[in-house]
Structures are given as structure tokens and as C-alpha cells.
Design a protein around this ligand. Structure first.
Ligand code: PDD
Length: 287
């Protein structure tokens, strides 16, 4: 298949799939999701993504009918059905379908599982990005990957209209993350990231980069930092499954980073090696 849609056991091309209008994901964004890419029909870091998905479900009190093992097996089976050997796999679970009412529906209403798989082009890791800053007006459960993404959508559109690639959300002075990625920096020889609290999504790429840095003997600092500190950093990084670990050249039109290129390159190469080893693919060139 060239792409794949799945909804509660039904499989078809995405453009042919339909969902019931009472799905609570539509009324309330009452659900959670996760996503990862697959290369050679192998889902990248599936264990980590399933851990986060399980935490997200618990965070909003959705009880899946499938076990974690069943869900994992389903995703692995679905990814084999799609022709392309580089795809994005997205899965979401909502609290089920029921007439609109804010409180949970009756116990017997079961969650809805939706999956889609589309061909995906991994960005080259020497891609550079331009960012804009924006006040983070999201709510306080950003560690739960819910479907409620309107502030992220508005920020993504503002970014696009500014001819840029991502946003730096900040609460007051404090940098949180991007609208669909984490923001990190290299400063004073250390890889720095805001702490994984309820203000950011605990990105899997972020976690892997922290592990990679440690393996390379680079110090890792998990502590809040300000927009000003980011502007002065030796390098600014945007990390996510899709954007990988990309170098930022400008924030709000001002040049940033560019002073720890070698350290960044070592990190990117080591991360790339790990990615290739896990998927058996050659998405990253290893020099
Ligand atoms: N975005 N922060 C936010 C708000 C995100 O939405 C994402 C991922 C990340 C990075 O997480 P990871 O490294 O695990 O991809 C950080 C997904 C893919 C999306 O919504 O499309």
C-alpha cells in the first residue's frame, strides 16, 4: 500500500477512511498520540515511544482495551503493509465515541485507536534552521502528548509566515520548547536542555542525544535557561524525530550559535550511527 489508515480494526488507504462524528477527539481533543519514523519497516525507538504513549494515556485516564504488547505488535504488523521503506507512523487513542458531554462517557464506551502511516523524507542532518520566539501560552501538561495542539498550530503558522522553520516557546524569560520539537543548546562545553517537567514534552530524540553526549564524554546539563542565554549559546539545536538534531542559525532574524560546530558534528554523527544501527537503514551518512 502507498499509505495506510487504521481505525478500530479497519484498514484502508487514508483517503478512503472515515471516523464517526461522535469521536471525542473531534469535540474535545480528548485523546493522546505518539509518532515515530520507520526505516526498512522497522519502527525507530518503539520501546521509548510506547513508554511515552502509556504515560500519556495514564495522564488523561484513558484505559486501552489492548495490552501494550498487542499495540506494539499491531504497529509492527501495519508498518510492513506500506511499500515505502521510510515512513512516519502516527497513532492516537481517544476516549471513545459518545454524544457530546464534558465528563467521561459510561464505562462500556471503549477508546478509539487510529493509526496512519505515510511516506516520509528524513531531513539531512546538516540542515540548518531559522526560528522565531513566541510566548508559550499552552496549558501546564505539556509532558502529556495530547491532541490539544491549537497554540502549537498557531505558532507553526506564524513561523511559516515569517519564512522560518520552528518557534522557541518561552514562559516569561524561560525557554520551554518548540511547537513540534525540543530546543537544546551547547554552552560552556555542555549539552544543555530544559528539565523534563510539565512545561515540555520529554522528547525521545532529546533523551537519545543526552545519552549520546554522555557516551562521548560531553557534560549534559538539565536546567532551565533563558531566551537571552539561548541567543548567546555556542550552538542552538532543534531536536525531534522528524527534524532530527538540526543546527539553528538565526532566532528572530539575529545570527546565533556557530561556535561549537565540531562538538555538534560529533554529536550528530554518533546519533546518526545509533539511528542506522537500530533501523538497519542508511538515513544518516556515517563518515
Ligand atoms: N512532535 N516537543 C513537542 C511539542 C513535540 O510535538 C515533539 C514531537 C517533540 C519532540 O519529540 P520526539 O523527539 O520524541 O520526536 C518535542 C511530534 C512528532 C508531532 O507532533 O508531530
Amino acid at each position: 500500500m502507498e499509505n495506510l489508515g487504521y481505525y478500530n480494526g479497519k484498514i484502508g488507504l487514508i483517503e478512503e477512511m472515515t471516523v464517526p462524528m461522535t469521536d471525542r477527539g473531534l469535540f474535545f481533543g480528548d485523546g493522546v498520540y505518539d509518532a515515530t519514523c520507520a526505516v526498512n519497516h522497522t519502527l525507530f525507538a518503539l520501546e521509548d515511544h510506547m513508554n511515552r504513549f502509556t504515560n500519556s494515556l495514564a495522564g488523561v485516564r484513558i484505559k486501552p482495551t489492548q495490552t501494550r504488547e498487542e499495540l506494539t505488535a499491531l504497529l509492527c504488523e501495519l508498518v510492513k503493509k506500506v511499500d515505502s521503506d521510510c515512513v512516519m507512523v502516527y497513532w492516537q487513542m481517544t476516549r471513545g465515541s459518545y454524544l457530546r458531554g464534558h465528563a467521561f462517557p459510561p464505562e462500556e464506551i471503549k477508546p478509539n485507536l487510529l493509526v496512519f502511516i505515510t511516506p516520509f523524507q528524513m531531513g539531512p542532518f546538516d540542515r540548518t534552521l531559522r526560528l522565531i520566539t513566541r510566548e508559550d501560552t499552552r496549558y501546564y501538561h505539556c509532558n502529556i502528548k495530547t491532541l490539544n495542539l491549537l497554540p502549537n498550530v498557531l505558532a507553526a503558522q506564524a513561523t511559516k509566515e515569517a519564512g522560518c522553520d520552528e518557534v522557541v516557546f518561552h514562559r516569561g524569560d524561560r525557554v520551554t520548547e518548540g511547537c513540534h520539537s525540543n530546543i537544546m543548546m551547547i554552552s560552556g562545553g555542555a549539552l544543555c536542555t530544559p528539565p523534563a517537567d510539565e512545561l515540555i514534552l520529554p522528547g525521545i530524540t532529546r533523551k537519545h542525544l543526552m545519552q549520546t553526549a554522555e557516551q562521548l564524554g560531553m557534560p549534559v546539563r538539565e536546567a532551565p535557561f533563558t531566551v537571552e542565554e539561548l541567543m548567546q549559546a555556542d550552538e542552538v539545536l532543534v531536536t525531534s524525530n522528524g527534524s532530527l538534531c538540526s543546527r539553528v542559525t538565526h532566532i528572530d532574524g539575529k545570527p546565533v550559535g556557530g561556535r561549537a560546530g565540531e562538538m555538534l558534528r560529533r554529536l550528530q554523527l554518533a546519533y546518526g550511527k545509533r539511528f542506522n544501527a537500530e533501523t538497519g537503514g542508511k538515513v544518516y551518512d556515517e563518515e
